[in-house]
Design a binder for this molecule. Sequence first.
Ligand code: SF4
Length: 422
Amino acid sequence: MSRSFWVETLGCPKNQVDSEKLTAGMLADGLVVARSAESADLVVVNTCAFIEEAREESIATILDLAESRSGNAELVVTGCMAERYGSELTEALPEVDQVAGFGVPVTLTTKSSDKETGSAPPPLMDLLNMPRPPAAAPWAYVKVAEGCDKKCGFCAIPSFRGTQVSRNIDSILDEVDQLGVREVVLVAQDLGAFGRDGARGERRIVELVRRVSEVTDWVRLLYLFPSELSEELIETIAASPVPYFDLSLQHVSEPLVRRMRRPGSAESYLERIQRIRELNADSVFRSNFIVGYPGETEADQDALLEFVSEAQLDWCGFFRYSEEEGTYAAGLDGGIADELVADRLAELREIQDDMSASRRDALIGTTTTVLVDEIGLGRSHREAPEIDGMIWVPSSLEVGQFHDVSIVAAEGPDLFAELIEP
Ligand code: SF4
Protein backbone atom coordinates (compact mmCIF):
# COMPACT_ATOMS: atom_id res chain seq x y z
CA MET A 1 0.00 0.00 0.00
CA SER A 2 1.30 3.45 -0.94
CA ARG A 3 2.54 5.56 1.91
CA SER A 4 0.69 8.79 2.53
CA PHE A 5 1.76 12.35 3.27
CA TRP A 6 0.33 15.62 4.52
CA VAL A 7 1.78 19.08 3.88
CA GLU A 8 0.92 21.90 6.32
CA THR A 9 1.77 25.30 4.81
CA LEU A 10 2.41 28.48 6.77
CA GLY A 11 3.48 31.95 5.66
CA CYS A 12 3.29 33.69 2.29
CA PRO A 13 2.13 32.75 -1.23
CA LYS A 14 5.75 31.90 -2.12
CA ASN A 15 5.69 29.18 0.54
CA GLN A 16 2.39 27.96 -0.86
CA VAL A 17 4.01 27.47 -4.25
CA ASP A 18 6.92 25.60 -2.64
CA SER A 19 4.43 23.29 -0.88
CA GLU A 20 2.69 22.51 -4.15
CA LYS A 21 6.04 21.61 -5.70
CA LEU A 22 6.96 19.41 -2.74
CA THR A 23 3.56 17.76 -3.15
CA ALA A 24 4.20 17.13 -6.85
CA GLY A 25 7.59 15.63 -5.94
CA MET A 26 6.12 13.24 -3.36
CA LEU A 27 3.33 12.19 -5.73
CA ALA A 28 6.01 11.46 -8.32
CA ASP A 29 7.78 9.34 -5.69
CA GLY A 30 4.64 7.22 -5.42
CA LEU A 31 3.27 8.61 -2.17
CA VAL A 32 -0.40 9.57 -1.91
CA VAL A 33 -2.08 12.53 -0.22
CA ALA A 34 -3.45 11.57 3.19
CA ARG A 35 -7.01 12.41 4.24
CA SER A 36 -5.66 14.23 7.29
CA ALA A 37 -2.42 15.01 9.12
CA GLU A 38 -3.44 12.51 11.80
CA SER A 39 -3.68 9.65 9.26
CA ALA A 40 -0.50 10.45 7.29
CA ASP A 41 2.72 8.39 7.30
CA LEU A 42 4.69 11.54 6.62
CA VAL A 43 3.76 15.00 7.93
CA VAL A 44 5.61 17.97 6.42
CA VAL A 45 5.39 21.46 7.94
CA ASN A 46 6.44 24.22 5.52
CA THR A 47 7.31 26.98 7.97
CA CYS A 48 7.61 30.79 7.96
CA ALA A 49 10.34 32.71 9.83
CA PHE A 50 9.73 36.29 8.63
CA ILE A 51 8.84 37.80 12.00
CA GLU A 52 8.42 36.70 15.65
CA GLU A 53 4.67 36.09 15.32
CA ALA A 54 5.24 33.83 12.30
CA ARG A 55 7.91 31.82 14.11
CA GLU A 56 5.64 31.34 17.12
CA GLU A 57 2.87 30.09 14.83
CA SER A 58 5.33 27.72 13.11
CA ILE A 59 6.53 26.23 16.41
CA ALA A 60 2.97 25.86 17.71
CA THR A 61 1.93 24.08 14.51
CA ILE A 62 4.92 21.72 14.64
CA LEU A 63 4.19 20.79 18.28
CA ASP A 64 0.46 20.31 17.55
CA LEU A 65 1.22 17.99 14.64
CA ALA A 66 3.88 16.13 16.62
CA GLU A 67 1.16 15.50 19.21
CA SER A 68 -1.63 14.52 16.80
CA ARG A 69 0.31 12.44 14.26
CA SER A 70 -0.24 8.67 14.12
CA GLY A 71 2.19 6.43 16.02
CA ASN A 72 4.86 5.74 13.36
CA ALA A 73 4.35 8.84 11.28
CA GLU A 74 7.45 10.91 10.52
CA LEU A 75 7.49 14.67 11.01
CA VAL A 76 9.58 16.82 8.71
CA VAL A 77 10.06 20.57 9.11
CA THR A 78 10.98 22.53 5.99
CA GLY A 79 10.70 26.12 4.74
CA CYS A 80 12.17 29.34 6.15
CA MET A 81 12.59 28.22 9.78
CA ALA A 82 14.38 25.05 8.67
CA GLU A 83 16.67 27.08 6.42
CA ARG A 84 17.26 29.89 8.91
CA TYR A 85 17.82 27.83 12.07
CA GLY A 86 18.81 24.36 10.74
CA SER A 87 20.58 22.32 13.46
CA GLU A 88 19.42 24.73 16.20
CA LEU A 89 15.87 23.63 15.35
CA THR A 90 16.85 19.96 15.34
CA GLU A 91 18.25 20.35 18.88
CA ALA A 92 15.32 22.44 20.11
CA LEU A 93 12.66 20.07 18.70
CA PRO A 94 13.45 16.39 19.41
CA GLU A 95 9.91 15.59 18.22
CA VAL A 96 10.98 16.37 14.66
CA ASP A 97 12.46 13.55 12.55
CA GLN A 98 14.06 15.77 9.92
CA VAL A 99 14.77 19.49 9.48
CA ALA A 100 15.04 19.98 5.72
CA GLY A 101 16.31 23.30 4.39
CA PHE A 102 15.36 24.64 0.95
CA GLY A 103 15.59 21.99 -1.73
CA VAL A 104 16.36 19.12 0.65
CA PRO A 105 14.08 16.19 -0.35
CA VAL A 106 11.50 15.38 2.33
CA THR A 107 10.56 11.96 1.08
CA LEU A 108 10.33 9.19 3.71
CA THR A 109 12.42 6.55 2.06
CA THR A 110 15.38 8.86 1.55
CA LYS A 111 15.79 9.80 5.18
CA SER A 112 15.38 6.44 6.80
CA SER A 113 17.84 4.79 4.40
CA ASP A 114 20.47 7.45 5.19
CA LYS A 115 20.25 6.81 8.94
CA GLU A 116 20.66 3.07 8.44
CA THR A 117 23.33 3.09 5.81
CA GLY A 118 24.94 6.54 6.46
CA SER A 119 24.93 7.12 2.69
CA ALA A 120 25.42 10.62 1.24
CA PRO A 121 22.27 12.80 1.42
CA PRO A 122 20.26 12.92 -1.84
CA PRO A 123 20.96 15.80 -4.23
CA LEU A 124 19.12 19.06 -3.59
CA MET A 125 15.91 19.62 -5.52
CA ASP A 126 15.61 22.67 -7.77
CA LEU A 127 12.45 23.73 -5.94
CA LEU A 128 12.07 26.92 -7.99
CA ASN A 129 11.72 25.03 -11.28
CA MET A 130 10.04 21.83 -10.10
CA PRO A 131 6.76 20.89 -11.82
CA ARG A 132 3.36 21.57 -10.21
CA PRO A 133 0.07 19.73 -10.31
CA PRO A 134 -2.82 21.43 -12.20
CA ALA A 135 -4.36 24.17 -10.05
CA ALA A 136 -7.44 23.44 -7.95
CA ALA A 137 -8.76 27.01 -8.43
CA PRO A 138 -9.15 29.21 -11.56
CA TRP A 139 -6.14 31.22 -10.32
CA ALA A 140 -2.67 30.36 -9.02
CA TYR A 141 0.44 31.99 -7.60
CA VAL A 142 3.53 31.60 -9.78
CA LYS A 143 6.88 32.19 -8.06
CA VAL A 144 9.28 33.67 -10.60
CA ALA A 145 12.40 34.20 -8.51
CA GLU A 146 13.97 33.26 -5.20
CA GLY A 147 15.87 35.51 -2.80
CA CYS A 148 16.46 39.27 -2.75
CA ASP A 149 19.39 41.67 -3.38
CA LYS A 150 17.97 44.54 -1.34
CA LYS A 151 19.04 45.45 2.20
CA CYS A 152 15.97 46.78 3.96
CA GLY A 153 16.92 47.48 7.57
CA PHE A 154 14.19 45.36 9.19
CA CYS A 155 14.31 42.34 6.92
CA ALA A 156 16.14 39.04 7.44
CA ILE A 157 14.84 37.34 4.28
CA PRO A 158 18.00 37.83 2.20
CA SER A 159 19.99 36.20 5.03
CA PHE A 160 18.19 32.88 4.57
CA ARG A 161 16.56 33.08 1.14
CA GLY A 162 19.83 34.34 -0.40
CA THR A 163 20.44 36.77 -3.24
CA GLN A 164 17.97 36.95 -6.11
CA VAL A 165 17.81 34.04 -8.54
CA SER A 166 15.31 34.63 -11.37
CA ARG A 167 13.84 31.76 -13.35
CA ASN A 168 14.00 31.72 -17.12
CA ILE A 169 10.81 32.85 -18.76
CA ASP A 170 10.24 29.59 -20.68
CA SER A 171 10.16 27.54 -17.46
CA ILE A 172 7.62 30.02 -16.04
CA LEU A 173 5.45 29.71 -19.16
CA ASP A 174 5.64 25.90 -18.90
CA GLU A 175 4.39 26.14 -15.33
CA VAL A 176 1.56 28.46 -16.33
CA ASP A 177 0.61 25.90 -18.96
CA GLN A 178 0.69 23.09 -16.37
CA LEU A 179 -1.57 25.06 -14.03
CA GLY A 180 -4.29 25.74 -16.63
CA VAL A 181 -5.68 28.80 -14.83
CA ARG A 182 -7.49 31.99 -15.96
CA GLU A 183 -5.52 34.23 -13.56
CA VAL A 184 -1.81 34.08 -12.77
CA VAL A 185 -0.57 35.93 -9.68
CA LEU A 186 3.16 36.57 -10.10
CA VAL A 187 5.11 36.55 -6.82
CA ALA A 188 8.72 36.89 -5.67
CA GLN A 189 10.45 38.63 -2.79
CA ASP A 190 11.28 41.56 -5.10
CA LEU A 191 9.13 40.99 -8.18
CA GLY A 192 9.96 44.28 -9.93
CA ALA A 193 13.65 43.30 -10.02
CA PHE A 194 12.91 40.08 -11.92
CA GLY A 195 15.68 39.22 -14.37
CA ARG A 196 18.26 41.72 -13.14
CA ASP A 197 20.46 38.84 -11.90
CA GLY A 198 20.36 37.25 -15.34
CA ALA A 199 22.99 37.25 -18.12
CA ARG A 200 21.73 40.55 -19.52
CA GLY A 201 21.83 42.18 -16.05
CA GLU A 202 18.61 44.06 -16.82
CA ARG A 203 15.08 43.76 -15.45
CA ARG A 204 12.75 41.61 -17.56
CA ILE A 205 9.52 42.03 -15.54
CA VAL A 206 7.73 43.89 -18.37
CA GLU A 207 8.71 41.18 -20.87
CA LEU A 208 7.54 38.52 -18.40
CA VAL A 209 4.15 40.20 -17.83
CA ARG A 210 3.63 40.54 -21.59
CA ARG A 211 4.56 36.91 -22.32
CA VAL A 212 2.38 35.52 -19.52
CA SER A 213 -0.49 37.77 -20.68
CA GLU A 214 -0.34 36.06 -24.07
CA VAL A 215 -1.21 32.68 -22.48
CA THR A 216 -3.64 33.61 -19.68
CA ASP A 217 -6.52 36.06 -19.22
CA TRP A 218 -5.42 37.92 -16.09
CA VAL A 219 -1.93 38.61 -14.76
CA ARG A 220 -1.63 40.16 -11.29
CA LEU A 221 1.62 41.25 -9.61
CA LEU A 222 2.30 41.16 -5.86
CA TYR A 223 5.27 42.62 -3.91
CA LEU A 224 6.36 45.58 -6.03
CA PHE A 225 9.26 47.51 -4.47
CA PRO A 226 8.63 51.24 -5.08
CA SER A 227 11.90 52.01 -6.89
CA GLU A 228 11.31 49.10 -9.29
CA LEU A 229 8.11 50.69 -10.55
CA SER A 230 9.41 51.89 -13.93
CA GLU A 231 7.26 53.99 -16.27
CA GLU A 232 7.14 51.05 -18.71
CA LEU A 233 5.94 48.69 -15.96
CA ILE A 234 3.19 50.97 -14.73
CA GLU A 235 2.01 51.57 -18.32
CA THR A 236 1.95 47.81 -18.93
CA ILE A 237 -0.04 47.06 -15.75
CA ALA A 238 -2.36 50.09 -16.14
CA ALA A 239 -3.20 49.03 -19.72
CA SER A 240 -3.89 45.41 -18.69
CA PRO A 241 -7.22 43.87 -17.55
CA VAL A 242 -5.77 43.89 -13.99
CA PRO A 243 -4.57 47.45 -13.15
CA TYR A 244 -3.68 46.31 -9.62
CA PHE A 245 -0.65 47.82 -7.86
CA ASP A 246 0.65 46.06 -4.73
CA LEU A 247 3.26 48.56 -3.56
CA SER A 248 5.24 47.42 -0.51
CA LEU A 249 5.96 50.94 0.84
CA GLN A 250 6.58 50.08 4.52
CA HIS A 251 6.72 53.79 5.51
CA VAL A 252 6.58 57.24 3.86
CA SER A 253 8.35 59.64 6.23
CA GLU A 254 11.67 60.38 4.52
CA PRO A 255 13.99 60.36 7.58
CA LEU A 256 12.50 57.05 8.74
CA VAL A 257 12.48 55.49 5.26
CA ARG A 258 16.19 56.28 5.03
CA ARG A 259 16.72 54.71 8.44
CA MET A 260 15.04 51.63 6.95
CA ARG A 261 17.66 51.77 4.18
CA ARG A 262 14.97 52.23 1.55
CA PRO A 263 14.33 54.89 -1.12
CA GLY A 264 11.28 57.09 -1.60
CA SER A 265 9.05 59.46 0.31
CA ALA A 266 5.38 60.41 0.68
CA GLU A 267 5.78 62.97 -2.12
CA SER A 268 7.38 60.57 -4.63
CA TYR A 269 4.84 57.84 -3.81
CA LEU A 270 1.86 60.22 -4.20
CA GLU A 271 3.25 61.37 -7.57
CA ARG A 272 3.52 57.73 -8.72
CA ILE A 273 -0.01 56.94 -7.56
CA GLN A 274 -1.40 60.03 -9.26
CA ARG A 275 0.48 59.16 -12.47
CA ILE A 276 -1.01 55.67 -12.41
CA ARG A 277 -4.54 57.02 -11.85
CA GLU A 278 -4.03 59.33 -14.84
CA LEU A 279 -3.20 56.24 -16.93
CA ASN A 280 -6.16 54.26 -15.60
CA ALA A 281 -8.69 55.72 -13.16
CA ASP A 282 -9.81 52.18 -12.28
CA SER A 283 -6.39 51.31 -10.90
CA VAL A 284 -6.35 49.62 -7.50
CA PHE A 285 -3.72 50.04 -4.80
CA ARG A 286 -2.61 47.82 -1.94
CA SER A 287 0.26 48.48 0.45
CA ASN A 288 1.82 47.45 3.75
CA PHE A 289 3.37 49.61 6.46
CA ILE A 290 5.60 48.89 9.46
CA VAL A 291 4.86 50.77 12.70
CA GLY A 292 7.29 51.07 15.60
CA TYR A 293 10.58 50.97 13.68
CA PRO A 294 13.46 52.13 15.92
CA GLY A 295 13.63 55.93 16.02
CA GLU A 296 10.05 56.47 14.77
CA THR A 297 8.77 59.89 15.89
CA GLU A 298 5.35 61.55 16.24
CA ALA A 299 6.24 63.49 13.09
CA ASP A 300 6.81 60.20 11.21
CA GLN A 301 3.44 58.92 12.42
CA ASP A 302 1.74 62.16 11.36
CA ALA A 303 3.34 61.91 7.93
CA LEU A 304 1.98 58.37 7.52
CA LEU A 305 -1.48 59.35 8.76
CA GLU A 306 -1.55 62.23 6.27
CA PHE A 307 -0.35 59.94 3.44
CA VAL A 308 -2.98 57.28 4.15
CA SER A 309 -5.70 59.96 4.09
CA GLU A 310 -4.40 61.49 0.86
CA ALA A 311 -3.38 58.39 -1.12
CA GLN A 312 -6.80 56.72 -0.76
CA LEU A 313 -5.42 53.19 -1.07
CA ASP A 314 -7.94 50.39 -1.53
CA TRP A 315 -6.26 47.83 0.69
CA CYS A 316 -3.64 48.29 3.40
CA GLY A 317 -1.90 46.21 6.09
CA PHE A 318 -0.21 47.76 9.14
CA PHE A 319 2.30 45.60 11.03
CA ARG A 320 4.16 46.01 14.29
CA TYR A 321 7.95 46.21 13.81
CA SER A 322 9.58 42.88 14.76
CA GLU A 323 13.28 42.98 15.73
CA GLU A 324 15.04 40.41 13.57
CA GLU A 325 18.38 38.92 14.58
CA GLY A 326 21.20 39.88 12.23
CA THR A 327 19.36 42.79 10.61
CA TYR A 328 20.65 46.38 10.43
CA ALA A 329 17.68 47.60 12.51
CA ALA A 330 18.43 45.16 15.34
CA GLY A 331 21.45 47.29 16.17
CA LEU A 332 19.60 50.60 16.18
CA ASP A 333 18.66 52.61 19.28
CA GLY A 334 15.33 54.37 19.74
CA GLY A 335 13.03 51.40 20.42
CA ILE A 336 9.31 52.32 20.61
CA ALA A 337 7.18 51.27 23.61
CA ASP A 338 4.62 48.51 22.85
CA GLU A 339 1.65 50.64 24.01
CA LEU A 340 2.68 53.53 21.77
CA VAL A 341 2.99 51.14 18.80
CA ALA A 342 -0.44 49.74 19.62
CA ASP A 343 -1.91 53.27 19.69
CA ARG A 344 -0.29 54.21 16.39
CA LEU A 345 -1.48 50.97 14.73
CA ALA A 346 -5.05 51.55 15.96
CA GLU A 347 -5.03 55.15 14.67
CA LEU A 348 -3.87 54.06 11.19
CA ARG A 349 -6.21 51.06 10.95
CA GLU A 350 -9.22 53.19 11.89
CA ILE A 351 -8.55 55.67 9.06
CA GLN A 352 -7.80 52.95 6.54
CA ASP A 353 -10.80 50.79 7.42
CA ASP A 354 -13.07 53.79 6.75
CA MET A 355 -11.14 54.52 3.55
CA SER A 356 -11.41 50.96 2.25
CA ALA A 357 -15.12 50.77 3.16
CA SER A 358 -15.94 54.09 1.46
CA ARG A 359 -14.06 53.04 -1.68
CA ARG A 360 -16.13 49.83 -1.70
CA ASP A 361 -19.38 51.73 -1.17
CA ALA A 362 -18.49 53.98 -4.12
CA LEU A 363 -18.65 50.90 -6.40
CA ILE A 364 -22.37 50.33 -5.80
CA GLY A 365 -24.21 50.93 -9.08
CA THR A 366 -21.12 50.29 -11.23
CA THR A 367 -20.44 47.28 -13.43
CA THR A 368 -17.36 45.06 -13.56
CA THR A 369 -16.06 41.72 -14.81
CA VAL A 370 -15.60 38.95 -12.27
CA LEU A 371 -13.75 35.66 -12.36
CA VAL A 372 -15.80 33.12 -10.40
CA ASP A 373 -13.47 31.30 -8.01
CA GLU A 374 -16.08 29.04 -6.44
CA ILE A 375 -19.87 28.71 -6.48
CA GLY A 376 -21.32 32.11 -5.52
CA LEU A 377 -17.95 33.84 -5.04
CA GLY A 378 -15.82 35.79 -7.44
CA ARG A 379 -13.31 38.58 -7.75
CA SER A 380 -12.78 41.48 -10.12
CA HIS A 381 -9.45 43.12 -10.95
CA ARG A 382 -9.83 44.96 -7.63
CA GLU A 383 -9.45 41.89 -5.39
CA ALA A 384 -6.34 39.74 -5.13
CA PRO A 385 -6.98 36.16 -3.96
CA GLU A 386 -6.89 35.43 -0.24
CA ILE A 387 -5.91 38.94 0.95
CA ASP A 388 -8.66 41.31 -0.30
CA GLY A 389 -12.47 41.28 -0.16
CA MET A 390 -14.66 39.07 -2.34
CA ILE A 391 -17.69 39.59 -4.58
CA TRP A 392 -20.81 37.52 -3.85
CA VAL A 393 -22.38 36.53 -7.17
CA PRO A 394 -25.41 34.40 -8.19
CA SER A 395 -24.64 30.70 -7.57
CA SER A 396 -25.69 29.97 -11.16
CA LEU A 397 -22.52 31.57 -12.52
CA GLU A 398 -20.03 29.01 -13.78
CA VAL A 399 -16.83 28.59 -11.76
CA GLY A 400 -13.66 29.41 -13.69
CA GLN A 401 -15.51 31.73 -16.11
CA PHE A 402 -15.65 35.52 -16.45
CA HIS A 403 -19.00 37.27 -16.12
CA ASP A 404 -20.10 40.90 -16.36
CA VAL A 405 -21.99 41.93 -13.23
CA SER A 406 -23.42 45.04 -11.61
CA ILE A 407 -22.54 45.86 -8.02
CA VAL A 408 -25.70 46.22 -5.93
CA ALA A 409 -24.41 46.34 -2.35
CA ALA A 410 -21.28 46.49 -0.18
CA GLU A 411 -20.54 45.15 3.30
CA GLY A 412 -17.12 45.98 4.68
CA PRO A 413 -14.54 44.61 2.21
CA ASP A 414 -17.09 42.44 0.34
CA LEU A 415 -19.42 43.37 -2.52
CA PHE A 416 -22.67 41.83 -3.75
CA ALA A 417 -23.38 41.61 -7.47
CA GLU A 418 -26.03 40.61 -9.98
CA LEU A 419 -25.47 39.24 -13.47
CA ILE A 420 -25.89 41.76 -16.29
CA GLU A 421 -28.28 40.01 -18.67
CA PRO A 422 -26.94 40.16 -22.28
S1 SF4 B 1 12.76 43.94 -0.73
FE1 SF4 B 1 13.36 44.43 1.36
S2 SF4 B 1 11.63 43.70 2.59
FE2 SF4 B 1 11.47 42.70 0.61
S3 SF4 B 1 12.53 40.72 0.83
FE3 SF4 B 1 14.00 42.23 0.03
S4 SF4 B 1 15.07 43.04 1.82
FE4 SF4 B 1 13.16 42.04 2.54
